[in-house]
Every structure is written in structure tokens, then in C-alpha cells.
Write a protein that binds this ligand. Structure first.
Ligand code: ADP
Length: 188
């Protein structure tokens, strides 16, 4: 079975946690643009140096940079059976690029899963994560800014995918296993 899935939702909704489980359950790679950027920051690559400025400010990395990184990643062999995108697309220009990449391969997205969680909950989770993981973009003011950017630039993408009949909304609050089950049943 091949599946091409997008996981969308505000910072702190639990996309990364669920992406790892879904990848395992479905046998497809989880591709997280945030993780790829963080690996580049850690490795001090040119891409990492560029991305870090935006990430630390809670801003999106410019579309041209993100788009070409994703195009390269999707061209790798393991993505031929399907993939789960976590954190991409986040802007309407990224939606267009993804459409173009997939159309060139004669494929398309099958499901867009929106993981929902209210603002107080996600802020609390991100502040707790700041304590344990020490991510440089998890300070309270940067968190608030990331949430504003999400609402302004990414939330509207759910309307695009709803109009294509692809949107599945899943409550991101509750037990982690239950949420995985909810997502799996939403795409069955
Ligand atoms: P979160 O969604 O929890 O904020 P991510 O790990 O998904 O965290 O992303 C961290 C940062 O990486 C974002 O704030 C942004 O700067 C950058 N980033 C990740 N994905 C994208 C994307 N698709 N477009 C632009 N920037 C991105």
C-alpha cells in the first residue's frame, strides 16, 4: 500500500511524536523539515547557518530554500513507496511546489491530517519541552510568535486541502496511543 500523507497542525500539537509512530505503522518514511533543518544547524552546513537565523526568530525559512530541500528529499528512493510530511507545506507557495513535484511523478497527496490542540495546551507543552530539550526556539516569546505565524500562514492551508476533500481533523489532546489510533482510522 502506498500512502502520501501530510501532517499539519500548530507547533506543539504533537506532529513529531505521531509522525514517528505512523511511519512505523505504515512503513513509510517520516520527513520532517524541522528535523532536517536542525540536523543542518548541528552539522554547521551552509543551509544550517542560513536556517538558524529564521528558526531562532520563530520565522519560516524562505520558501525557495525549503522547497529545494524537500524536492531533494522526496527524490530519494525510500520516498517512492509513500511518505509522511511533517511540517511541510507551511505556506501556499509550498503547496504549489509540492503539487508540482508530485504531478511530475504522476502521484498526489492522499490524506492531510490536521492535528488540533488549543493554544494554552500547546504553549504549556512547548514550555515543558524547553526544559527537557533546550530547543533554542522554545522560549515563551518565540513560541507565541511561532503560533501567530502558524495561524497567519499555515492554518489557511487547511481550507485548500478541505476543498480538495483531503482534510481529516484529529483531536491532538489525550493519550498518545489513542491519538495514533484516531489518525490511523481517519485515513483508512
Ligand atoms: P514546530 O512546528 O514545533 O515549530 P518544527 O520542528 O516543525 O517545529 O520547525 C522548526 C522551525 O523550522 C520553524 O519554526 C521554521 O523556522 C523552520 N521550518 C520547518 N519547516 C518549515 C517549512 N516548511 N517552511 C519554512 N520553515 C520551516
Amino acid at each position: 500500500m502506498s500512502s502520501r500523507i501530510i501532517l499539519i497542525g500548530p507547533p506543539g500539537a504533537g506532529k513529531g511524536t505521531q509522525a514517528a509512530r505512523l511511519s512505523e505503522a505504515l512503513g513509510i518514511p517520516a520527513i520532517s523539515t524541522g528535523d532536517i533543518f536542525r540536523a543542518n544547524v548541528k552539522g554547521e552546513t551552509e543551509l544550517g547557518k542560513l536556517a538558524k537565523r529564521y528558526m531562532d526568530a520563530g520565522e519560516y525559512v524562505p520558501d525557495e530554500v525549503t522547497n529545494s530541500m524537500v524536492a531533494d528529499r522526496l527524490a530519494q528512493d525510500d520516498a517512492a513507496v509513500g511518505f509522511l510530511l511533517d511540517g511541510y507545506p507551511r505556506t501556499s507557495a509550498q503547496v504549489d511546489e509540492l503539487d508540482r513535484i508530485l504531478a511530475a511523478e504522476d502521484t498526489a497527496i492522499e490524506h492531510v491530517v490536521e492535528l488540533t490542540a488549543d493554544t494554552d495546551e500547546v504553549v504549556a507543552r512547548l514550555l515543558a519541552r524547553a526544559q527537557t530539550e533546550g530547543r533554542s526556539d522554545d522560549s515563551e516569546d518565540v513560541i507565541r510568535h511561532r503560533l501567530d505565524v502558524y495561524e497567519e500562514q499555515t492554518q489557511p492551508l487547511t481550507d485548500i486541502y478541505r476543498s480538495r476533500g483531503l482534510l481529516r481533523q484529529v483531536d491532538g489532546l489525550g493519550d498518545v496511543d489513542d491519538i495514533t489510533e484516531r489518525i490511523l482510522s481517519s485515513i483508512r
